[in-house]
Design a protein. Structure first.
Length: 244
């Protein structure tokens, strides 16, 4: 987001490799990327994949089409965040079905705190599915954190007019991304490791963290959309001024 490189291609590559690995071992442990990992020279996923960190040489002037395409692609990344948050939430709130319960025809497209029944006992989350969802979220969130470090270190090669209008949005973006990273840490810390009774205690933690990830991703989309509108407006001004 607001970066000189789109995250989508990098995320797609990592997600494909992670999915392949999960076919072999869905139960392998996953670990959250801590603050030091974000500053490291390379990114190593729980599957052993390495992705070189961007350097100052990457911070080059973006053409308007590239910047706007990057912002468009970021929307696809945020959609992935929201979908995996929904998946985590649904896994943590699985009720035991009875003959009196109507079968659902489709999964919800959004989640909210009102969807949690405090009086209902949910089934223990299944570790294999949690690992699948977390291993999909992990590279996305890590790359978003790297994007923050990249921009804070190297800056954006845009005009002063765009920079002045984007900076307040960037501060909000940074805060929400770090909040998502913290929520993902909470999910990973709650992964079931024992019998059903021990695993069941993680339902509330996972559901709450999933709600946090979903809501922050929604907030990020509002920031992304606003940044795109600002960029379009300023690029049009620049084009008009050049031709006067």
């Amino acid at each position: 987001m607001f970066s000189v490189n789109s995250l989508v291609g990098r995320v797609a590559l990592l997600s494909s490799a992670l999915s392949l690995q999960l076919l072999v071992t869905a139960g392998s442990p996953v670990f959250a990327a801590d603050a030091e990992a974000v500053k490291a020279t390379s990114f190593s996923t729980s599957s052993g994949l390495h992705l070189a960190k961007r350097t100052t040489s990457d911070a080059e002037q973006m053409a308007p089409e590239e910047m706007l395409s990057d912002l468009r692609d970021t929307r696809l990344t945020l959609n992935q965040l929201k979908q995996q948050a929904i998946n985590l939430f649904l896994e943590a709130t699985r009720p035991r079905m009875t003959v009196n319960d109507a079968p659902l025809e489709q999964s919800p497209a959004s989640i909210s705190a009102q969807m949690i029944d405090a009086n209902k006992k949910y089934l223990p989350p299944r570790k294999e599915w949690l690992v699948l969802y977390v291993n999909t979220l992990e590279p996305i969130v890590h790359l978003l954190c790297e994007d923050i470090n990249d921009i804070d270190t190297n800056g954006r090669k845009v005009t002063k007019a765009i920079e002045a209008r984007i900076n307040p949005l960037w501060n909000s973006w940074r805060e929400d991304v770090l909040s998502i990273n913290k929520a993902l840490d909470q999910v990973q810390g709650a992964l079931p490791v024992g019998d059903d009774e021990e695993s069941a205690s993680s339902n509330a933690v996972i559901a709450k963290a999933a709600l946090d990830i979903f809501q922050k991703a929604e907030d990020l989309e509002k920031v992304r959309y606003r940044a795109a509108l600002v960029s379009i407006e300023e690029y049009k001004k620049e084009a008009t001024e050049r031709h006067q």
